[in-house]
Design a protein around this ligand. Sequence first.
Ligand SMILES: NC(=O)c1ccc[n+]([C@@H]2O[C@H](COP(=O)([O-])OP(=O)(O)OC[C@H]3O[C@@H](n4cnc5c(N)ncnc54)[C@H](OP(=O)(O)O)[C@@H]3O)[C@@H](O)[C@H]2O)c1
Length: 251
Amino acid sequence: MLSPKSVLITGCNRGIGLEFVKQFLNLNSPPKYLFACCRNPDAAQNLNEIAQKNASVKVLQLDVTNQGTIDRAEEVVKSVVKDDGLNLLINNSGIVDRSNIEETTRDKMRECYEVNAIGPLMMAQTFLPLLRQAASQYPDKPMSCSKSAIINLSTGVASISENSSGGRYPYRSSKAALNMITSNLSIDLKSDGILCTAIHPGWVKTDMGGPNALISSEESLKGMMAVLEKLEGEEGSGKFYHGVRGDLIGW
Ligand SMILES: NC(=O)c1ccc[n+]([C@@H]2O[C@H](COP(=O)([O-])OP(=O)(O)OC[C@H]3O[C@@H](n4cnc5c(N)ncnc54)[C@H](OP(=O)(O)O)[C@@H]3O)[C@@H](O)[C@H]2O)c1
């Protein structure tokens, strides 16, 4: 059963992040603390409405490109979860830039790397003591999303082995970097009992996915929550999952 006591998600004001918040609240055993991060809480109307009705939801200001905001969020989380630590970090926020070889610029590459790869890595680094603390509460249990885990939102188009159409340099390559970060973290944090896995949410009708996408956020989350629930032990870590089909994508 998926039952983390505490969850932190980035990019919760809209799209897949907002749906993650709703689906965690719908669990049979919802988190005691759900830290829902966004860049601009004052403008996060849908998220604020959810937080008003659910005391477990704490809205935190966090921009993954701004280390000061990450550090401040970590201080708040630490003061709330105390010795229990943080069970689940979901690096959901992301940006897309589909520039082809002629359109790609240094700045476009840098921006995508900052948000899609460097941001999630610094989130993992900053929250690592709290994730270790959570893992240490259950030394005899296998790794899982209820014990201690980092889940990174990747994309099918980051797969090098399945790339057949080219283009989209900033997005593809920054998410491929995120995949390597995920694989690396799974190796480095195995001895701590922290699971690290990448997941592709499908082609989802959000601002990023656009209106022609194949599935709704609800459908995407139904699949991804089922995947998160089944991840267990070393077999569930260091993988790249298709969140809707539930099978693996080749790196
Ligand atoms: N939709 C799809 O079809 C699809 C497919 C494959 C993978 N994904 C991945 O799934 C994740 C969520 O996608 P989505 O479709 O929900 O995208 P979205 O609708 O465009 O939402 C993106 C979210 O990321 C936040 N964000 C952007 N830059 C940020 C930063 N510097 N710091 C913190 N948050 C930031 C946005 O906040 P603001 O509102 O402040 O900009 C927003 O909350 C992304 O990582 C994306 O790459 C999506």
